[in-house]
Design a protein. Structure first.
Length: 365
């Protein structure tokens, strides 16, 4: 290979742009730079998923200022000569705090941000196809929960330790434990059973994908799905009809799990009923089972013991009411800020609490 001269480099830009346009139906600066190997896909993915190491993307673009300028100039000239139309993409991420705008540049310069969002597509694209493309470019990625691969770290809100293997959620570049992210009502469904996963996701009003970073392969690998417990139960029921043998194995596993936790669950259910005599027994049992599964499966027996304390009982009950008896999940999924959503459902929660604790519901009480 000879030293690349101006026209060679221009050719490289044009070829890369054409290749992406052919493959994706549109091309934006970030796709172009990945195609030209000026930007590694793993950095883009980390940024879009909200990984803490990627608050902004620009520092990961591996090119000197002069070549960067040339790349942009050739790219824009090419788009103009090809008579392409522009479609604006959105770089957002779905979080319990609502939709977050992702920033490419460190200073958030509006013109540069717009430049990075601008995609080019063929001018002659039929309107229907253009609309589909715009929808695709504006679709926020799924809620993502990370399984920790590093040892140290704490929740940014409650300071709970987040050891290796813990699940965490990234909000505005900060790690949150699942209770702080309001995702702890969900149960983990390991990847592997496609039909079950698909059905559970369909039935779950709130769901998050769990990924773990594989250092050797330099990519995020899907570990499973966090879904609502009821959704999982419904999905399991539907799958039972399909495959009796696998369903039997699943039922057996579920039974073993339940037996393990039975004692703790019974104790917790009793504690809930004592504090909240108005809470229907079946519901107290459901709250206890749910907490028990999480406690034994994730944080160990000492945490399960702590779950019997009054404050922990209150937390479990409130979390249950919020998810089961208000439209909180729906508010989150349609992008309401987490704190706004909490405020919106607070009155409803208080009313149920008052009912359950046996106190007469009076205003100002
Ligand atoms: Zn926390």
């Amino acid at each position: 290979m000879t030293e690349p001269n101006f026209s060679n480099f221009q050719e490289r830009v044009v070829q890369a742009a054409e290749a992406v346009l052919q493959r994706d139906g549109s091309v934006g600066p970030l796709e172009l730079m990945q195609q030209m190997r000026l930007l590694h896909p793993v950095h883009v993915e980390g940024w879009r998923k909200g990984n803490e190491h990627y608050p902004v993307l620009q520092p990961w673009i591996q090119v000197g200022p002069e070549k960067f300028q040339k790349t942009i100039r050739h790219f824009q000239e090419w788009a103009k000569q090809r008579g392409l139309r522009t479609i604006e993409a959105a770089y957002t991420r779905r979080g319990p705090g609502g939709l977050e705008q992702l920033q490419v540049t460190e200073d958030g310069d509006l013109e540069w941000e717009r430049f990075y969002r601008t995609h080019y597509a063929p001018a002659g694209l039929p309107e229907k196809k253009a609309a589909r493309l715009a929808a695709k470019l504006n679709k926020p990625p799924e809620l993502v929960v990370f399984e920790k691969v590093s040892e140290e770290g704490n929740c940014a809100e409650c300071s709970t330790e987040l050891p290796r293997g813990a699940f965490l959620f990234m909000e505005k570049g900060q790690p949150l434990c699942l209770p702080c992210a309001d995702l702890d009502e969900l149960v983990f469904l390991p990847a592997g059973d496609t039909a079950l996963t698909r059905r559970a996701r369909k039935h779950s009003s709130l769901a998050a994908v769990v990924v773990r970073f594989n250092r050797a392969r330099k990519r995020y690998e899907r570990q499973g799905l966090l879904v609502a417990e009821e959704a999982l139960a419904k999905a399991e029921e539907e799958c039972t009809a399909d495959t009796p043998a696998r369903a039997a194995a699943r039922a057996q596993a579920a039974q073993a799990r339940q037996e393990e936790d039975r004692e703790f669950v019974a104790e917790l259910a009793r504690a809930i009923s004592e504090r909240y005599p108005g809470c229907p027994a079946a519901e107290a049992r459901r709250i206890a089972e749910h907490t028990g599964r999480r406690s034994s499966g994730r944080v160990g027996r000492s945490a399960a013991g702590r779950a019997l304390e009054a404050s922990a009982v209150d937390l479990a009950v409130v979390a249950h009411i919020r998810h089961a008896r208000t439209n909180y999940d729906e508010l989150l999924m349609c992008g309401t800020e987490r704190l706004d959503a909490r405020a919106l459902v607070r009155e409803g929660i208080d009313r149920v609490l008052a009912e359950w604790s046996g106190a007469k519901f009076e205003s100002g009480a």
